[in-house]
Design a protein around this ligand. Structure first.
Ligand SMILES: [Zn+2]
Length: 448
């Protein structure tokens, strides 16, 4: 793929400036301060003579939207959506300043270099190039620099859809989590996020009877009962789900045919995962093929000398496409048994079903053409990701949303996963060049 040195340099500089703005989102409303990156992007794009709007969901939590108006109101529109916030760092684990944005030996270092400021910058540069080069799209082309992805989008994508839907409504969306080249026995597979697991967080309340801690014999101790709940959840082995995206994923794994056959058999998959030498990889594959249950927070007890009467367990449940709250309840019944289930209270904390976009559309075709042209002997691997991105809000609003990008062979899946929210996050300039070109070519092809 031919890339453009000037635009690559623009993306690199914009990325460095965004990293230095330190829009760290720690989950509190006061953090993020995305107004800094939002204003930076606004200033960068305004030079193209376009109208740019911004929206503030809360003080400092600013998102911006720019639009190249299409000539045909009936033609499909495309939104390039990049988030502007980053997750916190533990500076001790870094060998460079995480907010220095330094370019060292062909790599830009800093929090957000991968997730996802490099892509947001590449989208802005691609968008501005199209605007200034006189590109006249049929459908609208929108650039959306959005706040608060890292804490779940409440003050960003979700807030925009709930409060200013007209500003971001579109048919197609491209955002993060795709384009990492994975070497497989039959060529390079390029991941494309077409779906995400759902969230079905639960709070379990275990009750007991308070009494004096000096006489525990025969007491009704909520903590002891909660321990049994946690143990059963930890030992629960839900039946795996062999969904379409799992089948595609297994076909691309570097395993022999017998192992692949086992991984596609619900009765043998768990055994095959347990036999994998790389258990970190198995952990990811397990999450792709199972509903998962992780008891992660516990609150309970009041005093060392008092038998507790209440313990709360927060359970992180991640669901597969098609699973409903009733399915989750059935999982809990199987995990805990009827007797225990009858004695505890289960309240949902947050429910966001899994989302998935179809692949029989023009955006998928264009992405396939453009992305595979960058890597010899490559193909697209539609993937289910186990975390969440802002794509889900747009899928729920009726748009087709994919996570796409374009990374160089230097960016292996392991490197990508390791640096994502990790120490020493950085991106090579070749990947910056490819991402920039992606966001020039895809809108051009799709909207011409
Ligand atoms: Zn991200």
């Amino acid at each position: 793929m031919k890339t453009d040195a000037t635009r690559t340099a623009q993306t690199t500089e914009l990325l460095q400036a965004m990293i230095r703005n330190e829009c760290v989102n720690d989950g509190t409303l006061e953090s993020g301060d995305e107004v800094r990156n939002s204003d930076l992007l606004e200033t960068f794009i305004e030079g193209a003579g376009l109208d740019v709007e911004h929206f503030e969901s809360a003080p400092g939590r600013r998102s911006m939207v720019a639009r190249i108006e299409g000539s045909d109101p009936d033609a499909p529109s495309l939104c390039l959506m990049g988030h502007t916030d980053v997750v916190p760092v533990s500076p001790d684990g870094w060998s460079q300043d995480p907010f220095g944005g330094e370019l060292i030996d062909g790599e830009v270092w800093g929090r957000g270099a991968i997730d996802m400021l490099s892509q947001t910058a590449a989208m802005a540069v691609g968008f501005k190039h199209l605007a200034t080069s006189g590109f006249k799209p049929k459908g609208d082309l929108i650039f959306f620099g959005v706040a608060d992805e890292e804490a779940g989008g409440v003050w960003g994508a979700k807030w925009m859809i709930d409060n200013h839907f007209d500003a971001v409504a579109c048919d197609y969306v491209i955002t993060e989590w795709g384009g990492v080249p994975v070497q497989t026995p039959n060529g390079t597979a390029l991941t494309l996020n077409v779906g995400e697991k759902g969230v079905a967080w639960q709070r379990i309340k275990v009750s007991g009877t308070p009494s004096h801690g000096s006489m525990p014999y025969g007491s009704d101790n909520a903590l002891v009962k909660a321990a049994e709940v946690v143990r059963r959840l930890a030992e629960y082995r839900p039946t795996p789900a062999i969904h379409e995206l799992w089948t595609a994923q297994v076909h691309n794994l570097p395993f022999d045919d017998a192992t692949k056959a086992a991984m596609l058999d619900p009765g043998r998959l768990d055994e095959a995962l347990a036999a994998m030498p790389n258990q970190l990889k198995a952990r990811h594959l397990h999450a792709c093929s199972h509903t998962t249950f992780s008891p992660n927070v516990v609150h309970g007890g009041t005093k060392t000398n008092t038998v507790p009467d209440e313990v709360l367990i927060d359970l992180d449940v991640r669901t597969l496409p098609g699973e409903t709250p009733e399915d989750v309840h059935e999982h809990l019944r199987l995990a805990l048994g009827d007797e225990i289930l009858a004695k505890i209270d289960v309240e949902p904390i947050q429910i966001d079903p899994a989302t998935e976009s179809a692949t029989n559309n023009e955006l998928f075709e264009v992405l396939t053409d453009v992305m595979t042209s960058a890597h010899r002997n490559s193909r697209i691997q539609p993937s289910l990701i186990v975390g969440g991105t802002d794509a889900r809000f747009f899928r729920n609003a009726g748009a087709v949303a994919y996570g796409a990008g374009l990374f160089s062979p230097q960016m292996t899946f392991e490197t990508f996963a390791d640096r994502f929210h990790g120490h020493n996050e950085r991106i090579d300039v070749d990947s910056i060049a490819l991402n920039t070109e992606l966001f020039v070519q895809v809108p051009t092809r799709l909207l011409s």
